[in-house]
Design a protein around this ligand. Structure first.
Ligand code: C2E
Ligand code: CA
Ligand code: CA
Ligand code: CA
Length: 279
């Protein structure tokens, strides 16, 4: 490397690229994002594949950065998981989700269920069940109206603990979903030991359906096995009518994807509900 200039400001080595710099900038401003109310939830509808009824919505976080614009979760959730900010962020998501559920209920919108994504750190926290119970109680929301999405790897990281946490949540009446199913290392037979309600088939299996025979076979097999375990099956990332028809024929219960709606901000969600006759 060349010698540093006399101003000595070159803190970064030359190979520390723009990405790393951006990372640092994001990390610093993420700390303030919560207090500055820059985080928002978007909501993506889940539709019953047979009746066409609205099953619920999944809350997906975004960061409305004052200079950088709308930042997707893939650009800051991993960072927040590294530095621990995911804990206060996750607390906010739970709080905000319940606040929205209450708001919709008071305004007369029939949104049966709201799902939120949990991170591993949140899931492993001692106080999670009490925290969920207290938040639901403070907004007077029936527990069945909240669904928590976790991944296989979060369960398999500490299966004993997962059984007890999931058991506590289940006893409260909260719905429990396995997210991104098929991308982890566990098998469905492992999952039968855990109290779960819903299995979401990862989008990577839906993409190739129905043309790609392997994807189609895997998707069908997952649906069949999940139904034996009496899980409700949701297909993620359904973009085409062909994919929807294939999943319906396979016996899948619900779909979520651009074919129906992208994740929508709260106002756009209410317009969508009105337009589609759900409101
Ligand atoms: P996920 O939970 O698997 O969420 C589904 C992702 O697929 C969302 O991306 C959604 O916008 C996208 N998607 C939905 N339908 C389609 C489709 O038809 N086609 C395509 N190409 N994509 C579709 P998003 O919103 O960028 O979220 C990415 C991930 O970030 C989520 O994946 C989830 O793992 C994580 N995430 C989002 N919100 C939260 C949160 O509040 N807390 C935590 N811990 N993680 C979150
Ligand atoms: Ca999810
Ligand atoms: Ca998913
Ligand atoms: Ca995913």
């Amino acid at each position: 490397a060349k010698e540093l200039g006399k101003n000595n400001y070159q803190f970064f080595s030359p190979d520390m690229n723009a990405r790393a710099f951006e990372h640092l900038v994001l990390e610093n401003s993420l700390r303030y994002a919560l207090e500055r109310r820059e985080l928002i939830l978007h909501f993506q509808p889940q539709i019953d594949i047979v009746s066409g009824e609205l099953e619920g919505v999944e809350a997906l976080i975004r960061w409305e950065h004052p200079e950088l614009g709308l930042i997707p979760p893939s650009s800051f959730i991993p960072l927040a998981e590294e530095n621990g900010l995911i804990v206060p962020i996750g607390d906010w998501v739970l709080q905000e989700a319940c606040r929205m559920l209450k708001l919709w209920q008071v305004a007369g919108y029939a949104i049966p269920r709201l799902a939120i994504n949990l991170s591993a750190r949140q899931f492993l926290r001692e106080q999670l069940p009490q925290q969920v119970a207290a938040t639901l109680a403070s907004y007077d929301i029936p527990p069945q109206r909240l669904e928590l999405e976790i991944t296989e790897s979060m369960i398999m990281q500490n299966p004993q603990r997962a059984v007890s946490v999931l058991g506590e949540l289940r006893a409260m009446g909260v719905k429990l979903a396995i997210d991104d199913f098929g991308t982890g290392y566990s098998s469905l037979s492992n999952l039968k030991h855990f109290p779960l309600d819903t299995l979401k088939i990862d989008r990577s299996f839906i993409v190739g359906v129905p043309e790609d025979e392997d994807s189609a076979a895997i998707a069908e097999a997952i649906v069949a096995m999940a139904k034996k375990l009496r899980l409700k099956v949701v297909a993620e990332g359904v973009e085409t009518i062909q994919q929807m028809l294939f999943m319906r024929r396979s016996g899948c219960h619900a779909v979520q994807g651009y074919l129906y709606a992208m994740p929508l901000d709260a106002d756009a969600l209410l317009r969508y509900l009105a337009r589609e006759g759900y409101a």
